[in-house]
Design a protein around this ligand. Structure first.
Ligand code: BYC
Length: 330
C-alpha cells in the first residue's frame, strides 16, 4: 500500500511530498516493491518497528515451544512423539532465523533476550494458555499454527529482505505443523465419544485466543497504518482474522466440530462469516502479564537462561582461546 493511500486513515502518515529526500527515496523503493537490505539507509522508525516485531516474533517461537514441549513425553504413540518432537524443534529453528534477522538491524541477541526475560518485550498472547489434554496439541497445530500461517504468508512479502526470506522458510514448516494438528483432531473426531468431546473442548478453549493472535481490532491497532505504509505488514489485523475464520469454520464442520460462537453466521453479502465480539479485556490482561500461564512461561525461560550460564561461559572461553591461538599464529 502506498504512503499516500495510508494517509487517508488519519494516523499521521507522511505523504511523499512531505518527506525529506532520503525518506522519499526509501518510500519510493518500498512502493516499487524493492527489498530493503541491512546496510541501506532506513528511517529510524522503520528500524525500530522491525526490531520490535521481529524480536517479538522470535520470542513467540521460543516461548511457543513450552506448551507443546510439555506433551512430548505424553504423546499417545511413538509416531506422534516423533512428529511432535520435530515440530517443537522446528519452532526453535524459527526463533533462531528470526533473532538473526533482527540482529541485522543492530540489536544483539543478548539485548533481545534481556528484554524478554525482564518482561519488557512481548511474545504472542496465545502461549499464556495451558495445554490440558492431548487434544490441545491438535488444536494448537490446527488453530495456532493455522493463524500463524495466515499472518506470516503476507510477511513473506515484507519490505525488509532478511525478515521476508526468513518467513519463506518458516511458512513451509508451519504448513506441516498445521496439517499435523488437524490430523490429530480428525483422528480424535473419528474415535470414541469421549475423544470427540475432548476435541470439542479443546476447540472451545483455543478458539477465542487464536483469533486474538491477529492483534487488537483495527480501530485500536497502534502500529498497523505505519507498518502497512512501510510494507512491513500487508494486511490489517481484522482482515487476517476474517480470513482465518472463513477458512477455519468449514474445517471444523468437516470433522463434526462447532466453533464456540453463538453469533457465528454466514453473511452472503460479504461472502464471509459474521462472528461475535472477542473478549478484549482478557486479551489486554494477558498482554499485561496476567494470563493463566504468563508467570510460568517467563519463569521457564528465566530458569533456562540461568541453567545455561555454564554452557555460554564455556563457549566464550573456547572462542577466546581459539582467537588467541589464531592471533599468535599470524
Ligand atoms: N500477542 O498495533 P498492533 C508461532 C501487541 S508464533 C501479544 O496491532 P502490530 C508458533 C503489539 O505487539 C508466531 N502482543 O501491533 C510458535 C503492540 O504492542 P507493542 C507469532 C500483541 O505489531 C510455536 C500492541 O499489541 N506470530 O507461529 O502492528 C508453536 C498493539 O498491536 C498481540 C507473530 O509474532 C498478540 N497476539 O501487530 C506454534 C507474527 N497482538 O509492540 C506456533 C509477527 C498485538 O507496541 N507479528 N500485540 O508493545 C505481527 O504480525 C504483529 O506484530 C501482530 C501485531 C499482528 C502480532
Amino acid at each position: 500500500m502506498y504512503a499516500q493511500e495510508v494517509k487517508s486513515t488519519g494516523q499521521g502518515i507522511k505523504s511523499l511530498e512531505e518527506m525529506e529526500p532520503d525518506e522519499r527515496a526509501f518510500q519510493e523503493k518500498i512502493n516499487a516493491d524493492i527489498k530493503i537490505e541491512p546496510k541501506e539507509w532506513m528511517p529510524e522508525g522503520y528500524r525500530k518497528t522491525l526490531v520490535r516485531q521481529i524480536s517479538q516474533h522470535a520470542h513467540s517461537e521460543i516461548v511457543g515451544q513450552l506448551p507443546e514441549g510439555n506433551w512430548i513425553s505424553r504423546a499417545p504413540t511413538l509416531d506422534r512423539k516423533a512428529i511432535l518432537l520435530a515440530k517443537v524443534q522446528d519452532e526453535a529453528g524459527h526463533g533462531l532465523y528470526l533473532y538473526c534477522a533482527a540482529e541485522t538491524l543492530g540489536v544483539s541477541r543478548d539485548q533481545m533476550t534481556e528484554q524478554l526475560l525482564s518482561g519488557k518485550a512481548k511474545y504472542s498472547s496465545i502461549f499464556n494458555y495451558p495445554t490440558l489434554s492431548w487434544a490441545d496439541i491438535g488444536a494448537i497445530g490446527w488453530l495456532v499454527d493455522g493463524a500463524a500461517i495466515m499472518n506470516q504468508v503476507p510477511l513473506q512479502r515484507c519490505s525488509y529482505g532478511p525478515y521476508s526470506r526468513a518467513m519463506i522458510r518458516v511458512c513451509k514448516e508451519e504448513s506441516f505443523h498445521q496439517r499435523q494438528g488437524y490430523d490429530i483432531m480428525m483422528k480424535l473426531c473419528a474415535g470414541t465419544i469421549e475423544q470427540k468431546e475432548m476435541a470439542q473442548d479443546a476447540l472451545n478453549r483455543w478458539w477465542q485466543p487464536s483469533l486474538m493472535m491477529f492483534g487488537p481490532p483495527d480501530g485500536d491497532s497502534v502500529h498497523s497504518a505505519q507498518s502497512m505504509a512501510w510494507g512491513i505488514k500487508q494486511n490489517t489485523n481484522d482482515e487476517l482474522r476474517q480470513k482465518f475464520v472463513d477458512e477455519t469454520v468449514p474445517q471444523a464442520e468437516y470433522i463434526g466440530l462447532t466453533a464456540p460462537d453463538p453469533d457465528l453466521i454466514w453473511n452472503d453479502e460479504k461472502k464471509g462469516y459474521d462472528f461475535g465480539e472477542l473478549n478484549w479485556d482478557e486479551f489486554y490482561e494477558v498482554l499485561k502479564g496476567n494470563g493463566p500461564c504468563n508467570k510460568e512461561r517467563l519463569g521457564a525461560r528465566q530458569k533456562a537462561w540461568t541453567d545455561g550460564e555454564w554452557f555460554r561461559d564455556g563457549l566464550m572461553a573456547h572462542a577466546k582461546k581459539r582467537e588467541a591461538r589464531k592471533m599468535a599464529a599470524e
